[in-house]
Ligand binder design. Structure first.
Ligand code: AMP
Ligand code: MG
Length: 337
């Protein structure tokens, strides 16, 4: 079991690593630090001329550890785990902010993003372990324990939270902020699982170029997005993480209506936005909602994010990305209006 988890981790690491390629950033190789935290691999790349780079990178690791102790669902000592275990506690400001953002957008996405699905995740993890998919009775019984809308009643303390679809984006954004405000680096890139954040300006003055993996040919890419200082790009896809049961793969992004893997016809979704937690939660939500409902949300919210919807034959981009996305793969490109 341990090996299997590790195997899956490695797979998602490769996916994340290939998510990003930089245009030439000048002659010197960037400084790079890679470590494991938040159940994924984190990579920090910095301008080679960064003063006192060792101390800067050590500071990034410390800050990551501080945030991990708030949000890491796999650590029973984290704030999130203690909250889920029903411990009476005074949450940190970071916890409170992420929790209210999660519930705000649960409402705005009509529940496509639902931060209360921990019992459902545990059901699928147990199903994987025993080797058979959850029964209809198990799914409905488990969904009765979930539901963001129950927070409006006094049931909120009993809901158990899963920040797996949002916390990594917040960590990306926080590390980017720390580096851009304190490091003295001219530019840098932070990658946390499927989330990439950039800051500063490259010496050639060109925007950062972030390559998107082709979900149907995961050793290739399908296009590039140009990103600027402070942007976070989050990607959710059915090829990233999954439960393997009876030789079949079940995607880890659930449709909160059914408890089954989301099946909106999309292979993957990328969201670009300066609020990293929002980019992350929306990549998950839009994967559940599909292209048309996703575009409705985009219009209703007044273009506070940009998105790329990848279906088996078409790549649909929101209008704000029209000139910032370059298609290289074998898809039809549609710029939504
Ligand atoms: P991401 O890779 O950002 O799309 O996040 C996926 C993770 O979010 C899953 O592994 C679950 O922990 C959690 N998750 C799955 N489905 C949902 C959903 N509909 N709403 C919120 N979180 C979800
Ligand atoms: Mg997400």
């Amino acid at each position: 079991m341990k090996m299997k988890r590790f195997g899956k981790r490695i797979f998602s690491i490769l996916c994340a690593a290939a998510l990003l390629t930089l245009n030439s950033c000048g002659s010197a190789e960037p400084l790079r630090d890679t470590f494991f935290s938040m159940d994924t691999v984190i990579t920090v790349s910095l301008d080679a001329g960064t003063p006192d780079a060792e101390a800067v990178l050590a500071h990034v690791r410390e800050e990551t550890e501080r945030l991990r102790l708030i949000f890491d669902a796999h650590d029973p000592a984290s704030e999130l785990s203690r909250r889920n275990a029903g411990e009476a506690m005074d949450p940190s400001e970071e916890f409170r902010a992420l929790e209210s953002e999660a519930f705000l957008w649960a409402a705005k996405t009509g529940g496509a993003f639902d931060p209360t699905l921990l019992p459902l995740r545990e059901l699928w993890e147990a199903a994987e372990k025993r080797g058979s998919v959850p029964t209809g009775t198990e799914l409905s019984g488990t969904l009765a324990l979930c539901g963001w809308e129950k927070a409006a009643t006094d049931a909120r303390p009993r809901l158990r939270l899963d920040f797996g679809g949002i916390a990594k984006g917040r960590v990306t954004e926080e590390l980017v902020r720390l580096l851009s405000e304190t490091s003295g680096a001219g530019w840098g890139v932070v990658s946390v699982g499927g989330n990439v954040g950039v800051f500063g300006e490259k010496p050639d003055g060109k925007p950062f170029s972030v390559a998107l993996r082709d979900p149907q040919n995961t050793s290739g890419t399908l296009g590039t997005i140009s990103a600027q200082n402070g942007d976070v790009i989050a990607v959710s896809g059915n090829y990233e993480r999954f439960y393997e049961i009876g030789g079949e793969r079940y995607g880890h992004i659930s449709d909160p209506q059914t408890g089954l893997p989301a099946d909106s016809g999309l292979c993957s979704v990328a969201v670009i936005c300066r609020d990293g937690a929002l980019a992350d939660l929306l990549s998950t939500a839009l994967f559940v909602m599909g292209t048309e409902r996703g575009l409705e949300l985009y219009r209703a919210e007044g273009a506070v994010f940009e998105a790329i919807f990848i279906s088996p034959d078409t790549v649909t981009v929101t209008p704000g990305l029209g000139s910032r996305f370059e298609l290289t793969g074998n898809y039809t490109l549609r710029v939504a209006d």
